[in-house]
Design a binder for this molecule. Structure first.
Ligand code: SF4
Length: 453
């Protein structure tokens, strides 16, 4: 960098795990070009808001965050420049410029690697050198950049970008483009780095992790390669469409103690007609067979899904069918969403929209049902001895997660002892909703042969 004082950048990240990874990529690109970071927007020369816009509610939250930032005195007096990245500029590329005059630059999805140049261009006379090539992974699709030091003992590993499935309610294929897997060498290099920086758990994410491939290699091969390369690191998959839950994958999961016995399978509905209208496949009966197969193979597995209530045309009988499915399937965690009518989607154009009140009421009934089942299943862990990855302190007390608890979406374990990064064994003594209390039995250092991992 040819400048005596580096520019300071602050980030606000909205939305899902995929966006967090994109913010990491942008921070890495900026760090490689000599930028500094601050937590408080008021101290920054530039504030980047990485937005979410996959449904109307998320878009409104993103716009509210932008308008709130635009009210900061430093933004009003021009000391801090406002940059908007992510899904909002991707989804509404043509409508934003005139409507958000406070924003000086937009960085849509896929342009993250160029953010240093974009921000430098906002400041007269500020020049940057190209990032050293050693910090860049060579890929066919994009230059993914080295991530900064992990602040948590776990990290997301995004294995693919985009989606080619085109579910009729979903805006993501338009926002993020077609499904593109990252090559194996890029993922291994990135994993090496995350683990060298302290990650004890890698959480594999994509719009659909099951579609990942590189030549002959698919997700089972990737998982088994990672499991053998990092025997002391937990591996977890999120967002696995039902078709990705193959026998091969279940065998690989069962064979490796460090692959979390945890599956997050978005089903969205259980009625066959509603699923067809969603441009998805399967039926409640098929999904029940799938959950049975998984549990037969791994009796201790934790299962999560997502469901949509009030999809256009959903009748009361179909909503009740979904409730019966939830009772029968006994998922540990369910993310329930009331259907959101989105412009630019096939479902959004349907004329048989379910009234908003009904959608919300059906979603709430499903949530209540899912919570009653989920809380019971969590309480059934009391008395068990489980491995816990200690992740941080909360109110001065160490907390962590078991293999059955994914970061940011599931519950936690409150411990009496332990330090972040340690893998400990804890006897579960109590539960509250989705959270557990655990008493430390031993740490990874004094783990007996064959002890809980
Ligand atoms: S699988 Fe369906 S819901 Fe998921 S991102 Fe792709 S189109 Fe959207």
């Amino acid at each position: 960098m040819i400048h005596s004082k580096p520019l300071r950048v602050a980030f606000v990240t909205l939305g899902c795990a995929k966006n967090e990874v994109d913010s990491d990529k942008m921070r890495a690109a900026l760090a490689a070009s000599g930028f500094d970071f601050v937590d408080k927007p008021g101290l920054a020369d530039c504030l980047v808001i990485n937005t979410c816009a996959f449904i109307t509610e998320a878009t409104e939250e993103s716009i509210a965050a932008i308008l709130e930032a635009a009210e900061l005195p430093e933004v009003i007096n021009g000391q801090c420049k406002l940059v908007v990245a992510g899904c909002l500029p991707s989804r509404y590329a043509d409508n934003l410029d005139g409507n958000l005059p406070e924003v000086v630059a937009f960085v849509p999805v896929g342009d993250e690697a160029g953010i240093a140049k974009i921000i430098a261009g906002l400041f007269d006379g500020y020049t940057i050198e190209a990032a050293p090539t050693t910090t860049m992974h060579k890929t066919q699709q994009s230059s993914r950049l080295r991530l900064p030091a992990a602040q948590n003992p776990w990290a997301y590993l995004k294995i693919a970008e985009g989606c080619s499935r085109h579910c009729s309610f979903c805006t993501i294929p338009k926002i993020r483009g077609p499904y593109t897997s990252y090559p194996i060498d890029v993922l291994l290099a990135e994993s090496d780095e995350l683990i060298a920086n302290g990650a004890r758990e890698l959480v594999l994410i994509a719009q659909d992790t099951g579609l990942w491939h590189d030549g002959e290699l698919g997700l089972p091969e990737l998982l088994s390669l990672l499991a053998e390369r990092y025997p002391d690191v937990w591996l977890r998959m999120m967002y696995l469409e039902p078709s990705g839950v193959t026998d091969k994958l279940l065998n690989v999961m069962a064979e490796h103690a460090n692959i979390c016995k945890y599956l997050d399978i978005p089903l969205q509905h259980a009625n066959q007609k509603v699923l067809q209208n969603m441009n998805r496949s399967g039926s409640g009966d098929e999904f029940l067979l799938l959950t049975k197969k998984i549990r037969d193979k791994m009796p201790d597995v934790t299962l999560r899904t997502t469901l949509i209530a009030g999809f256009p045309g959903e009748t009361r009988a179909e909503a009740l069918e979904l409730e019966r499915f939830v009772t029968a399937a006994q998922f540990d965690y369910i993310g329930v969403f009331a259907y959101s009518q989105e412009e630019g989607t096939l479902a959004g154009e349907r004329t048989d929209q379910v009234p908003r009140r009904t959608r919300l009421a059906r979603a709430q009934r499903l949530r209540d049902l899912a919570d009653a089942i989920g809380h019971q299943r969590v309480a059934a862990r009391i008395g068990q001895t489980l491995s816990v990855l200690v992740t941080e302190y909360e109110d001065g007390r160490p907390i962590g997660r078991t293999q059955g608890q994914a970061p940011e979406v599931d519950g936690i374990v409150r411990l009496s002892q332990g330090s972040p990064g340690e893998l400990v064994a804890a006897r579960i003594s109590d539960s509250l909703c989705y959270d557990l209390d655990g008493e430390l039995i031993y740490t990874s250092e004094d783990r007996p042969e064959g002890g809980a991992r």
